[in-house]
Design a protein around this ligand. Structure first.
Ligand SMILES: *[C@@H]1O[C@H](CO)[C@@H](O)[C@H](O)[C@H]1NC(C)=O
Ligand SMILES: *[C@@H]1O[C@H](CO)[C@@H](O)[C@H](O)[C@H]1NC(C)=O
Ligand SMILES: *[C@@H]1O[C@H](CO)[C@@H](O)[C@H](O)[C@H]1NC(C)=O
Ligand SMILES: *[C@@H]1O[C@H](CO)[C@@H](O)[C@H](O)[C@H]1NC(C)=O
Length: 477
């Protein structure tokens, strides 16, 4: 049976490989923790219009993969950290995952899945090691399952790592965190034997945000008055310095030539003073120009990263704000697919093009009734902002200066749109009222939501939990 399958599969892979595909070097991360999700077909249209040829997902949900079918866009799907244990302890669970979430899409006119990201930053320091030992077993099983499906040569396993996996004050001294050395050595050997790249997420923004000492201009690409001198090499930007720290760390464990993919890199536009439109534009454009110039870095002259996935395609209003309010504002597009600033992705397309046919709710907003006394509004505000996104209201946000009444209206409206403009959701004990005049002030935008019935993320979580449970059942059978 396996032999009989072999020829058609080989033919299929050839067809997929030869399918006409857009081939720019810059990809994007497409996350789904939005409060107002654009329908996936509209997102795929947006990607195609902007000639984005590669996309990185955080799961392998069917609605997104179905929308990507026939698009020619290369896809990296993700295995959430919560599934690593189940996949690593059961070859059967791994087989089911590969057949349900990978091979079914690798058909003619299917979704061109090229990578499976096994876990998402599973070695992050703040996880305190909880996923550390689960990564390699999951990879070994998945690799077996891919081999059984005759996909091992086509679909590569990778592990997106946060840059906190390695450290050093000077790039040339880079090494993996001591407690990770052994696991990284095994992981990188495995990647190397399968022809997979090392995937890393690099965030100069966070370095700047977390340390007042960090020289502002070193985060960008315009040259720095505070370069880092490292022996013969001088670093003028944090990205290159960070990249070469990884190169040195890989070199130290014997894999100095390992290809590197940037899984996430970007700059947020709201929610902190250093997160604004001009900074995001300067960083992302500087990065793209630098990568496209093929200059490489001092330790890898002429060898830029294989691929770069910008973080992120959209703002995601349901992301945790634990890292900071900026966390919901990484998009190069706003939640509704509108370009936030001019950006040339280097695909010969000029600037960004906006999403077409966005299914907005009707143009109406909920605001605080100006004729009412608003002294008792605190609880309403709390409730509205715990469900909806109010991050722009705080210090450093685009709506921070709209005054107390403005704050209240903003919160009311965010909640009202989250509730799909349900009439009662603008009541607030009679303090709210619906208006047909856009209350936006300056850069502070009062949003109108998207009419997408499938956008409830409570729903996606339940599906994800269900899937995880199903895998556990398999494990214990
Ligand atoms: C795998 O595929 C199933 C069926 O399409 C889907 O429900 C599930 O969410 C997917 N799993 C992941 C981790 O994305
Ligand atoms: C935008 O951010 C940059 C750098 O992060 C900062 O220098 C600049 O002052 C900010 N601009 C505004 C208007 O806040
Ligand atoms: C959302 O769209 C559906 C069908 O496309 C329509 O029937 C419904 O009235 C819309 N809902 C709102 C609140 O506009
Ligand atoms: C509300 O408005 C005041 C200024 O009037 C501002 O200082 C405050 O941070 C705003 N945001 C919230 C969430 O209250």
């Amino acid at each position: 049976m396996a032999a009989a399958l072999h020829f058609p599969v080989a033919l299929l892979l050839l067809l997929l490989a030869c399918a006409p595909s857009v081939e720019p070097a810059i990809g994007v991360n497409w996350g789904s923790l939005s409060t107002h999700r654009l329908p996936p077909p509209i997102v795929v249209d947006l990607l195609k219009q902007n000639r984005v040829g590669k996309v990185k997902l955080f799961d392998s949900g069917p609605d997104v993969l179905r929308a990507l079918m026939g698009s020619g866009i290369e896809v990296m799907v993700g295995v959430p950290n919560e599934l690593l244990g189940a996949l690593g302890s059961s070859p059967a669970a791994s087989d089911v995952f590969v057949s349900q979430n990978i091979s079914r899409y690798l058909v003619k006119g299917g979704a061109d899945i090229r990578y499976i990201a096994v876990g998402n930053e599973p070695f992050l320091t703040s996880y305190q090691g909880q996923f550390q030992s689960l990564v390699l077993p999951a990879m070994l099983n998945l690799q077996q399952s891919l081999a059984k499906a005759n996909l091992a040569g086509y679909v590569k396993l990778v592990v997106p790592c946060n840059a906190d996996a390695y450290q050093s004050s000077l790039p040339s001294q880079g090494s993996f965190r001591p407690e990770l050395t052994q696991i990284m050595t095994q992981l990188v050997a495995f990647l190397n034997s399968n022809g997979s790249p090392f995937v890393v997420n690099i965030y100069p923004f966070l370095s700047l945000y977390q340390s007042s000492e960090f020289p502002q201009d070193y985060a960008f690409f315009g040259g720095s008055a505070h370069p880092v001198v490292d022996g013969q090499n001088t670093y003028y930007n944090a990205f290159d310095g960070n990249f070469d720290t990884l190169v040195a760390a890989l070199n130290k464990i014997g894999y100095g030539q390992m290809p590197i993919v940037i899984g996430e890199v970007g700059w947020p536009t709201d929610g902190a003073t250093s997160a604004n439109l001009s900074a995001a534009r300067a960083f992302n454009q500087g990065l793209i120009n630098q990568v496209m110039s093929n200059k490489g870095t001092p330790l890898r002259p002429g060898v830029p990263p294989v691929d770069i996935y910008l973080f992120s395609l959209f703002d995601e209003g349901q992301k945790s704000v634990l890292p900071g309010n900026f966390e919901r504002h990484w998009g190069i597009f706003s939640f509704d697919g509108q370009a936030k600033y001019p950006l040339n992705l280097g695909s010969g397309n000029g600037g960004l093009k906006n999403a077409r046919n966005v299914p907005y709710l009707p143009p109406r907003w909920c605001i605080a009734d100006p004729s009412r006394n608003l002294d008792d509004v605190a609880n309403h505000l709390k409730l509205a902002c715990s469900a909806a996104d109010c991050t722009t209201l705080y210090y450093g946000g685009s709506c921070n200066a709209i005054g107390d009444k403005g704050n209240i209206s903003y919160a009311f409206n965010s909640y009202y749109q989250l509730q799909k403009q349900n009439y009662q959701s603008c009541d607030f004990d009679g303090l709210g009222m619906v208006t047909f005049l856009d209350p936006s002030v300056g850069d502070c935008r009062f949003l109108v939501g998207i009419n997408d019935s499938s956008s409830s993320c409570v729903g996606c979580r339940i599906v994800c939990a269900f899937w995880a449970m199903a895998l556990w059942v398999l494990v214990y059978l």
